[in-house]
Design a protein around this ligand. Sequence first.
Ligand SMILES: Nc1nc2c(c(=O)[nH]1)N[C@H]1C(S)=C(S)[C@@H](COP(=O)(O)OP(=O)(O)OC[C@H]3O[C@@H](n4cnc5c(=O)[nH]c(N)nc54)[C@H](O)[C@@H]3O)O[C@H]1N2
Ligand SMILES: Nc1nc2c(c(=O)[nH]1)N[C@H]1C(S)=C(S)[C@@H](COP(=O)(O)OP(=O)(O)OC[C@H]3O[C@@H](n4cnc5c(=O)[nH]c(N)nc54)[C@H](O)[C@@H]3O)O[C@H]1N2
Ligand code: SF4
Ligand SMILES: [Mo]
Length: 765
Amino acid sequence: MSSKPNPENPNTFTGIKRRKIPKKAGGLPAVVSSIQHVLSEMDAIRGFKALAQLNQKGGHDCPGCAWPDPDDDRSSIAEYCENGAKAIAEEATTKKLDSTFFKQNSVADLAQLSDYEIGKKGRIAAPLYLPPGATHYHPIQWDDAFGLIAQKLNNLSSPDEALFYTSGRTSNEAAFLYQLMARRYGTNNLPDCSNMCHESSGVALGETLGIGKGSVTLEDFYEAEVILILGQNPGTNHPRMMSALQKAKQNGAQIIAVNPLKETGLLAFSHPQQLAGVIGQATALADIFLQVRINGDMALLKALAILMLEAETSNPGSVFDHDFIKNKTFGLDEYLENLKKYQIEALAADCGVPLDTIKAAANLLISKQKIIACWAMGLTQHKNAVATIQEVVNILLLKGSIGKPGAGTCPVRGHSNVQGDRTMGINERPPQAFLDHIERVFGFHPPQSHGHDVVSAIHAMHQGQANVFIAMGGNFLSATPDTTYTAEAMRRCDLTVHISTKLNRSHLIHGKEALILPALGRTDLDIVEDQRQFVTVENSMGIVHSSKGNLYPISDQMMSEPLIVCKLAKAIFGEKSGIDWDKYARHYDFIRDAIAETIPGFEDYNKKVREPGGFYLPNTARGGTFNTLDSKAHFTVSDVPTLSLAHDEYMMMTIRSHDQFNTTIYGLDDRYRGILNERRVVLIHPDDIAQLGRKDGDVVDLYNYYDNVERIAKQFILVAYDIPRRCIATYFPETNVLVPINSTADKSNTPTSKMVIVKIVSSDI
Ligand SMILES: Nc1nc2c(c(=O)[nH]1)N[C@H]1C(S)=C(S)[C@@H](COP(=O)(O)OP(=O)(O)OC[C@H]3O[C@@H](n4cnc5c(=O)[nH]c(N)nc54)[C@H](O)[C@@H]3O)O[C@H]1N2
Ligand SMILES: Nc1nc2c(c(=O)[nH]1)N[C@H]1C(S)=C(S)[C@@H](COP(=O)(O)OP(=O)(O)OC[C@H]3O[C@@H](n4cnc5c(=O)[nH]c(N)nc54)[C@H](O)[C@@H]3O)O[C@H]1N2
Ligand code: SF4
Ligand SMILES: [Mo]
């Protein structure tokens, strides 16, 4: 084992610098940072060309997050944010990695670099093959690569020994074909990044409201009276949400933010695309900031509900929406009964928020009728994530705040097409109706038993039950929990295949044989048989629209994702599958026709998606109907989780810095948190530093002992920060080695990346 490359980032420091935490997000620094990132990767003409079409109708969708574009009033100058520009810079770079690069750099050498350094090397520009025992990737012809994968797949003793992972950038067309290929091959093993992301939201909303997606549109933000933002850092991760919040505030909305960190982006915002913003005028955002301890949300939500109930009891009919509750919901009495178990002071102490502040927030919920609740990973990546999200739903139901303008659920999605991939059937637990549609349209009986999600896929590889791993995008090794265990799992595979744009660590910690197949990205011009193609995506609000690249690919060796799937399927099945892969490879309209025939809501797909701005998918909750067994929205009863830390334990959340997109590290600065040029940091309360007998700037190691396994992350710098006592924050993926593989959320099986119990130990050096 020792001779194999370490699957983690090197634990060397890059030279921390500290700045004052800015009071607002956006503004001129955002504009400057966008330009710097783009120009560091390409010349100005290419950069301008890429940015000019970004998020414009008929242009290309931002490969950053899944925040929607405005339906109508799009800015013709710049309909994107700083981090969208960074995503473009990363993808459209002209630095290319061809066979010469891989001849000069061994896998072991590359694995010694940090994720930042690996990403900055450039774009994969040729198909590559790592033979058994080889030290370097070699060039390989596309057809030989497809032949090798087909041969391995066709030799497996069961189709369930293969895993087909997807990351959320894959287009609808590629995702649809990919799941079709996996199911035709015979497995539902379709783990995807959702399993680590909004799976908890999907489960929570599916059970209570009958649809796993959010209910609001962008227009609802402009009508809302109260916007709750829980466990989300929009200033960094969904920056254009800030423009929507700004407009909502101008229309009179009040914002309640719930977060252990006073994230700059939640406090105030200067619009970088408006003159007032550039010259520094800012809009204050959060009216009430509830600084909860990590996973204190359930206690807080119960406290809010108790205060709402008290106000309702003293003035019946003034707080709850009784018509809505009576006609559209089920389970109120049990829910209210459960609240009696709790004492408001104890809940306040439990969540760590002063009772007065909770009361101020409750008063807003009591007096207003149109409430939107937004959330992201701060709620989804906990053991009790599903229950907490359902508690948010309970509050909305009390107010009748679902299915009416200005109100509803808003789980803010991460990857730009993660929601679309699910709609297309990237799902290890497909609904029966979906499988039936596949059978009706394609004439084969798809596998019925559930497949592996991310966590069970890792176990399956580890236990030798899965032997071929194929990834449509993503960086499985670094994004998943328990890095050491996952590395062992991947290394046990006979073959690992990555369809990728950029080099990443998953290419370097590989199976006995490995392939890297270079895919076109969103910005790339995609021409098939002399015709310019476009793909389609679905954003966080269920709008499906087109995306058309306009940059010449930097290598003629790259292939589009839909074509890669068609050719791979042909190699696996020959003519036997009964599916006309050649046709789908000729023009993407044929793929969309197949989607239209298979998935409800996509009728007339080719026509509707050619409308500027695209079209909304049907959404029952948005219309105020609930697709549950009894057609009612359900109140749910959950208890406040009890969690006690030993005297030397801390609760760690693994979060994103401002300069990264998941495992892609754009830069080393976290400007909004005042930490520059360093990622190996632990954000910790100054009194906790003192109690540890350490001082700000000291170097420590972090340990986790879940399941009696010792997990160690070495060399992190203590940074005194405004964070609740006994809570700490580190950046993902550097501390994924500490996230236990078996610590997952109830019902959704999402790794608990925001609640990792760690001990902090002084570093040897
Ligand atoms: N620039 C950029 N954009 C991105 C991404 C990126 O990496 N970079 N990633 C994309 C993806 S895939 C996703 S899923 C989203 C992620 O978007 P976010 O969910 O905003 O990302 P995280 O950094 O994980 O931040 C979680 C937030 O939750 C808070 N938090 C942690 N634990 C708790 C808790 O127990 N309770 C509460 N109330 N808050 C808590 C943290 O302090 C932090 O502010 O962003 C997407 N957009
Ligand atoms: N500890 C901890 N772990 C986490 C999280 C956390 O908050 N804490 N967050 C989780 C979340 S929310 C998510 S979504 C996952 C993300 O997990 P993944 O989606 O697997 O990871 P990414 O880092 O987004 O993947 C980046 C890689 O995707 C490839 N890529 C980029 N664009 C394209 C494209 O257009 N086509 C193809 N074929 N490849 C492309 C590039 O090669 C790039 O290196 O990580 C999860 N892991
Ligand atoms: S908010 Fe998200 S989708 Fe929009 S431009 Fe920024 S990164 Fe891209
Ligand atoms: Mo995500």
